[in-house]
Design a protein around this ligand. Sequence first.
Ligand code: PMP
Length: 416
Amino acid sequence: MSVTRERSGALDVARIRADFPVLERTVGDKPLIYLDSAATSQKPRQVIQAEADFYAHHNANAHRGIYLLAEEATAMYEEARAKLARFIGSPDPATIVFTRGTTESTNLVAYAWARRELREGDEILLTEMEHHSNIVPWQLAARDTGAVLRYIPLTDDGLLDLSELETLLTERTRLLAVTGMSNSLGTLPPIKELVEAAHAVGALALVDGAQLVPHVPVDVTELDCDFLTISGHKMLGPTASGGLYAKRELLERMDPFLGGGHMIEEVFHDRSTWNEVPFKFEAGTMNIAQEIGLGAAIDYLEALGMDNVRAHEVHITEHALRRLQEVGARIFGPLDAEVRGGAISFWYKDVHPHDLATILNEEGIAIRAGHHCSQLVMRRYGVPATARASFYVYNTDDEVDALVEALAKAGDVFGS
Ligand code: PMP
């Protein structure tokens, strides 16, 4: 495969690829073509080194000891927090609670805010394109509080159907929880308008940023969302890195999520008082090395420039949408790259997505096949599963072309 066409969009992809050791490996005798970044991104040397450097030279628990290593560990951990806050446009590092990612962040809100605040008959408004991690925590919270879930439906072309929004979003709504970018359809919902609409009826707004934050410049001050969830492992960072952004006054009012060391101010026999925000939400030994690695991932993305990251994604997504349609693939989700990200779900001929993924694997191509933790989406479009190719800063047009050629092979073997 040639790597000469790799200055696509706004990124020097050939140079970027040289930073990712895993892209040097082969699958059998084929070069690896990794098209599953929506599940988890690959990691550049800089991130791997940052994590290794912490363990090799600074390892100690953060916010505990007063010896040199402990102070270094604390400073590095807090520097990562400040970087993450700045990266999403928050001027206040205390608005970032470190978590293992979006699932933990959403559950934190469901336990520490929803269970305390919601009453019988209150409503939570979701959309049918949510990942299960933005559905199930609310189902559990609704079961415990008597709150009711409502869903914004989808149009045939994979957008939110907002025609009935006024009947769905009412003064009974206490929370709107919506994805910033769908992991199965790629759709970018109009989150700014939705946050405004939620606030207009007195509801809070949570944006699931798992797919959004890695791919699109985000500014929470401008967006004015109340909560934003972040998965570090999808934005070049280590697994189990990430966080929850929340407005500071909300964090101050909220109960702790997990109880344990460091989240307290004082402990008595019968009660405790809480540490200040955000430490009130960080119980026990945290994912220190991982969050430091995430700090290095943010440095990497900032050096590329998030506008360039997005421009590259629009470029490669346009190319992929065009090529996939040329060979007759059925695409789920919008066909305009400007209103979507680079996670593309499709069916090719009548080949089951699992068969497709198996054949593509023989060509060294890694795609995802399944329901993508989005069973409501699968139900809406009447399929049990889809194949999904997803792109990031290291992917090239040539890799998309290799995918399309391999699809034709799979079609010959299995297709009707
Ligand atoms: N929401 C969306 C839109 C996602 O794509 C994912 C990950 N597939 C999640 C939530 C869950 O994120 P994590 O696994 O990092 O907790």
